[in-house]
Design a protein around this ligand. Structure first.
Ligand code: ATP
Length: 313
């Protein structure tokens, strides 16, 4: 049974259609990213999955249950970390976690050990008795994440979890997210505009655009849809430019764009054809300085999708 199932979900706010026939499944234990421009429908999806909004039509199931009809049961297994979580600056780290544990009805005997374990796991044990008001942004974010886990949820929603964090704090948070999913089997749904982060963390991503699913797959699967390209840098003598273009276009199926004098961009070139291009240029007397293959990334796939969806709109 998937952690989340959306089947033909449609949602409107007045005249604005926010989700159009959205169907997807998030499997248990995976890190799944929801990507898309502002207004693509990510927040609406998360709100529907959490039972905060009722879709106009379609089916939504979380661990096989309706987040609307079985809200209390579903909420016991889920947690949401919003982009700007509010913490009470007057409480200590330990009090913060205790307060949430009580709110979530964690059995009294379990509260102490769970708070101690979370403080240790998130590297804040030595600051347990300090007031949150004096914490750095990274520590506050770690505490917020620990707080979200206090009732041991199986499914966690993270909204821009590393916004405003420094590179070290970002790395720590990434490690924690991986650990939560891989070692603990938790399902993580990540909403982010940071495509490098999404590529690094996600097992699979869904790209939304205008409330529709534009693409779904692993970051590598999406990147493979983009043809690799090769940048060639050679002597800047303009006379050689035409020679270089002629040599490359004589090869099957390659298109060449002049970047600037002495630099060519060859698209549609798989990795195994790079040596062929190099030897053709060298035997053709072109003095080569640099050959730089560009491996497509999730970022390339994302922009290509947005381009296509704009073109077809
Ligand atoms: P962002 O990246 O900016 O958070 P998003 O992908 O989360 O965007 P949504 O917030 O789900 O997108 O918005 C989807 C569409 O629904 C947009 O056109 C938005 O303007 C509209 N919308 C969202 N919330 C409301 C609301 N409360 N009332 C009216 N329209 C809304």
């Amino acid at each position: 049974m998937p952690a989340i199932l959306l089947d033909h979900v449609l949602h409107r706010y007045g005249d604005t259609t926010a989700l159009r026939d959205l169907s997807l499944a998030v499997e248990e234990g995976e890190v799944f990213s929801l990507l898309g421009h502002n207004g693509a429908g990510k927040t609406t999806t998360v709100r529907i999955v959490n039972g905060l909004l009722a879709p106009v039509s379609g089916t939504v199931l979380v661990f096989g249950r309706s987040p609307l009809a079985d809200g209390a049961i579903v909420r016991r297994r889920t947690a949401v970390l919003t982009e700007s979580p509010t913490l009470d600056d007057r409480l200590t780290a330990s009090e913060t976690l205790r307060a949430f544990a009580e709110m979530y009805d964690v059995p009294r005997v379990d509260i102490g050990p769970r708070v101690t374990a979370l403080l240790a796991e998130f590297g804040i044990a030595d600051r347990a008795k300090d007031r949150v008001g004096g914490f750095s942004r990274g520590m506050k974010q770690r505490l917020s994440l620990a707080r979200a886990l206090v009732h041991d949820p199986d499914l966690l929603f993270l909204d821009e979890p590393t916004a405003g964090l420094d590179p070290v704090a970002t790395q720590q948070l990434h490690d924690t997210v991986r650990e939560m999913a891989r070692a603990r089997g938790r399902t993580v749904v990540l909403c982010t505009h940071n495509l490098v982060e999404a590529q690094a963390l996600s097992d699979r991503v869904a790209v939304l655009g205008g409330g529709e699913l534009l693409a779904l797959g692993t970051p590598a699967e999406l990147a493979r849809r983009i043809t690799p390209r090769l940048e060639v840098t050679f002597e800047t003598d303009p006379a050689r430019h035409g020679d270089a273009v002629a040599l490359i276009t004589a090869l099957d199926g390659l298109t060449v764009a002049a970047e600037r004098s002495g630099v060519l961009r060859i698209s549609g070139i798989p990795r195994e054809r790079v040596p062929d291009v190099a030897s053709r240029l060298v035997t053709g007397g072109i003095p080569l300085y640099r050959l730089e293959p560009h491996e497509p990334s999730l970022t390339d796939a994302y922009f290509a999708l947005q381009h296509v969806s704009k073109g077809s709109a």
